[in-house]
Design a protein. Sequence first.
Length: 492
Amino acid sequence: MDKFFKISERGSSVKTEIFAGITTFFAMAYIIFVNPNQVAAEGANGWLVGLGADPVAMGKIWNSVYIASIIVAIIGTLLMAFVAKMPFAQACGMGLNSFFCTIFVSGAFFAGADVITGYQSGLVVVFLSGVVFLILSVTGLRKYIAISLPECLKKSISAGIGLFIALIGLKNAGIIEDNPYTFVQFFDFHGRISSIGTEVDGVVTTSFDVWRQCVPVLVAILGVFIIAALARRGLKASVIIGILISTVLYWAMMWEVPSFDVSGISQSFKDFGEIGFLGVFNGDAWSALVDSSYIGGIFSAIMLVVAFCLVDMFDTLGTIYGTATSAGMLDENGDPISLDQAMLCDSIGTVSGAVLGTSTCTTFVESASGVGAGGRTGFASVITAACFAVCLFLSPLASIVPSCATAPALIYVGVLMSKNFAKVDMDDMGSAVPAFLTLIMMPLTYSISNGIGIGAISYTVIALFTGKFKKKDIIVAIIALLFICKFVTVTM
């Protein structure tokens, strides 16, 4: 095993890889529940049903996506383990799942069409984008695109992802929240405390109600301090220990015992077999791409395929470059090792996800948490996949760890990855501006690919106007044009 995964060669150990794999799983376990909620508009009791959608159909979609999400995570992560031999995990990407629901599921409902057909037509788009992705990977074009990125973008991608996943952690824990005037704000402790004794809809807010609202924020903040303190003492398992301590603190401070309910597992498998698995090959779903009112015809279908492909490609490239850079797993040219294999695994994962019945599967940015815990080989991915396999039948185990307990890991890894921005040449505006826009637009647009796209556009425009556009920049210019088309034709 040590020889196959090159554990010793990469300066790791079996124990460290196990901790790293578990850390990655806990950091991304939320996707098991979040993905079906996003794709199926929260299922039989969700907001779309509240507007009049068929609760039975929406429940079937939720169940199908739930099972498919776990299976595709297992498949994709094992591919990373045995083909790429890298500590990366795959699962259904955030952002694309919401977009999937908006266009295909809720889109079908508002157009008066069958939501299950809408769901399956979305799978067709994901499938086609995955096939394009696979062709690019097999022919080597995808790697060529990756290594053609200018150095300023490569170096800023890692730092941008750091900010992005830190934002995810801060948001998941409630440390930052919406503000209609300032866009975001720090959790309003004063406002919560001041609400004690007030009456809303006949219910009086108690001090215990306010305490329960504050607990996730307090736990997340303490979790960051715990991980940082343990890491400073040189403890490699600082991240996973921080997650476990935060979990215990959460349930203790909430004065609750976590519940276990596995009663709905059999129905989930049944719905998965009926509408999700192989649903992509339903003839009505393919017909819907051409004539459905909620997709808009063949041109819109083509642009949707391109959009899904672009987002998947650059989310993956960004994640791989970012995590590999933070782990020092780069070749002599500054590109991630096993880049070809990782890209191939990701494209196969996307196709597999469509066949199984879920939205785009991609390399997960939370893999950085496992890398931050010391993961350096594919054995960490084997452990992550094994954890997902357990959740296929014992899903409540994953729900025991609240998002406020995994948020500290994301914030801490954000700190680790941000240091890479220091390598950008800030004296050269041709590098500084594209790098900064890549950095800042990832968290602000909640998308890795948008950050890369805006960075590519700015790099190309500046190079053209300053007369420094070179032959090697043609690929970046093509990427910029594709993203311009995406921004104009598709809202994401």
